[in-house]
Ligand binder design. Sequence first.
Ligand code: FMN
Length: 342
Amino acid sequence: MTFPGPVLAAPMAGGAGTPALLAACGGGFLAGGYLAPDALAARIAEARAGGTWFGVNVFAPSPTPVAAGALRRYLEELRAEFAVYDLTPALPSAPDDDHWAAKLDLLLADPVPAVSFTFGLPPAATVAALRRAGTLVLQTVTTAEEAVAAAAAGVDALVVQASVAGGHSATLTPEDLPAPVPLPLPGLVAAVRAAVPLPVVAAGGLATSADVAAALHAGAAATMVGTALLRTDEAGTSATHRAALTAAAVSAAAVSAAGHDTVVTRVFTGRPARALRNGFIDRHDATAPLGYPQVHHLTAPLRRAAATAGDADRVHLWAGTGHRHAATGRAAAVMTTLTAAL
Ligand SMILES: Cc1cc2nc3c(=O)[nH]c(=O)nc-3n(C[C@H](O)[C@H](O)[C@H](O)COP(=O)(O)O)c2cc1C
């Protein structure tokens, strides 16, 4: 199986990932998450026009239920945060599935080169239908056990995501995080390769060309980067997020007692995700319930208002542990740096 290059652009939902970023990187994955089906169709058209190989990433339904009482308690806890922007928090309606059926219909009616799934495993029949349409199907996994389950569902290849990655963990069991002893990416790639005979795209914490070389050496067919691209010209990263990354890159002030200025937290969306540590995390990490997508919908209006106001203290600042290496400038230059040692 060949990918367009040794380093691909990772899917980044919520604005950071753009078709222009894919084109500048020479290929990668378009984020389908959070988009309405017609917005996804428009993004696919833009990616096609960019002329590079691309896949579409889709959130497979995997709701983590939250008790109504726990959600209500969290809402009350967040009331003061919302009041900063004269907002009143509202209980979200029943969990939605991010337009799962409509997105699948779109991808089957007008097939793209590849589709990757995260959060959940799609039914084997869905995988088979996409493959019949000529689409390469990938599943994001975080352990060898998840790789075995993905192989059983019939996927062509895996995205192996280490826990140092920025953004949401792809874990199929969000209630079990964090893993007691997280494996570094090359070790995780080797473990997955030993468990299943599928090609692997390695992701998580790749910040230098030595990191990329180590992942390839461990048996990955290609690698994928997200955080390394967040500050580039072509990324759609918000100004507030960019400013926070810039500040974190030059300051040791945010480094926690554990020595990490990024943490895995569920405070923003109810699903574990790695972000730059900020006040919102410090205030709510101990009490926020698991509960995706309910918690995502509950906090979204606050995060939107804070991002608009430049208030990095109340925004989900997704970032992997390698964020200090994330460079500004053209994405193509970042790609050149990341492949220099290959
Ligand atoms: C801002 C941001 C948004 C992300 N959104 C998605 C997404 O929509 N789907 C997905 O599968 N992974 C998503 N991820 C995870 C990336 O695809 C990838 O696994 C991760 O960025 C790799 O680790 P790195 O950030 O250390 O390079 C996101 C990551 C970031 C930083």
